[in-house]
Ligand binder design. Structure first.
Ligand code: SF4
Ligand code: SF4
Length: 72
């Protein structure tokens, strides 16, 4: 009964590499990403992701991977 299917997420965040700078969730145009208590990136609205890769391209620590191709 495990409903978590990480593979289906459009965005994968490697939390161990995330330093909580906030760049990704500040830049995400559709507010897919948020910060947790430590400021680290969490995917809170994956259904809104357009796979624009802005987050992936701007993360200074290469902690974000966007899967698939852009819808736009
Ligand atoms: S840009 Fe990278 S290091 Fe900064 S909060 Fe986002 S995932 Fe973490
Ligand atoms: S790929 Fe674009 S829409 Fe998706 S989480 Fe990253 S910045 Fe947001």
């Amino acid at each position: 009964m495990n409903a978590v299917t990480e593979q289906s997420e459009p965005v994968y965040v490697k939390l161990a590499w995330c330093k909580g700078c906030g760049i990704c969730y500040s830049l995400c145009p559709t507010k897919v990403l948020s910060g947790n208590d430590l400021g680290k990136c969490v995917v809170t609205a994956p259904e809104k992701c357009t796979r624009c890769r802005i987050c992936e391209n701007h993360c200074p620590d290469y902690a974000i991977s966007v899967m698939g191709v852009s819808k736009s």
